[in-house]
Design a binder for this molecule. Sequence first.
Ligand code: NAD
Length: 382
Amino acid sequence: LSRELRVGTKSLQALVRHSKAGHREGNATTEPKVCKVLCYDATSWTIEGFQPAIKEFNKQHKEEGISIEMEFTTERLSEHSAIFAAGYNAVCLFVNDTANSNVIQTLSLLGVRMIAMRCAGFDRVDTKAARAFGLTVARVPAYSPYAVAEMGIALLMSVNRKIHRATSRVRMANFTLDAGLMGVDIHGKTVGVMGTGKIGAILCSILRGFGANVICYDVSENPEVLEKGAIYVSKEEILSQSDILFLMMPLLPPTKHTINFETLKLLKKGLILINTSRGGLIDTKALLKGLQDGTIAGVGLDVYENEQDYFFQDWSAKTVTDADLVALLGNNKVVLTAHQAFFTQEAVDKIVEETVQNLTDFYHANKTGRHHPNNCIPALTN
Ligand code: NAD
């Protein structure tokens, strides 16, 4: 915090000078002796995961003279907080940090050369701007697709079998089965999976285990999914034939608001909708209408369109003013979790391991000028 306050009082120009001087001081040659990283939006699991891993890494690489120094801030990266990165070589970001072109320009001016995403999605990073300003962007493309696919199933079973409602009723000693606890068998239902990459493919496999009829939509077919007995259909068909629909594709311009007021008209009445990918895949106002008119019988969400203002923070003693979020929270057909699908021990271990590897690869790339991190994002993907 003291660092944040100190940095916050300086002008950007002064920071640029300070940052460049800092980079020179640390350098015998052109590359940093220490890779200094500022980790934004840090929570307890981030610090508890990264600190021992970096300590161990530095111990193992002492002889080679490679070391990583990571500092943590609870601030999210934004146009206001980008200046905190003065004096660092890299920033480590999570799902709700914003690295738009203005932020990237500031980071570049401050001498930051790398963005290490500690997640798979990178929809809040302007990768074209990163390329233009010479910043390397790396991510962790597959830390545990099982974690997310299994969370999708957890949401489905909770929505379908009304576990959230049953639990609170039983806690009140109401042991009746009245008032809307009945679900349906997944066996024999038509389940749609939009996006059949790493997570979608595992989900298809689990769903086939339930005995569901699995139909998929993707811009490119995954043979693994076909081997499991799922089939590909058109976008219109998946929307109109599914009893249960999972959204498992990234948030990109063509996938934004896949569920909207128009597509709502195509859906089978009584659909169960599950989204563990990105909130922007659903137009929340259309979802609320679908829930209200019965088109959508229930929804399981691990992500929400405007989650960056709320998720990963404790709002229990404050007033949530986002009307759509309030409407979702008050609707008993909705099961909402706060972006925790990735959150298993195995996934966190892998996120930490791969991020440290990406930072090391970046360090080597800097040193030799020859290669980039394996998990580098192609600059023209969004
Ligand atoms: P992936 O890249 O392996 O697969 C994405 C699939 O979506 C690919 O098969 C791709 O062809 C498909 N796709 C791309 N554009 C499409 C379009 N216009 N229409 C239909 N399909 C399209 O990604 P993944 O590892 O399976 O992850 C999927 C998403 O899950 C990520 O992008 C991320 O947003 C989200 N995610 C969420 C969490 C969480 O904690 N909630 C964790 C990890 C990932």
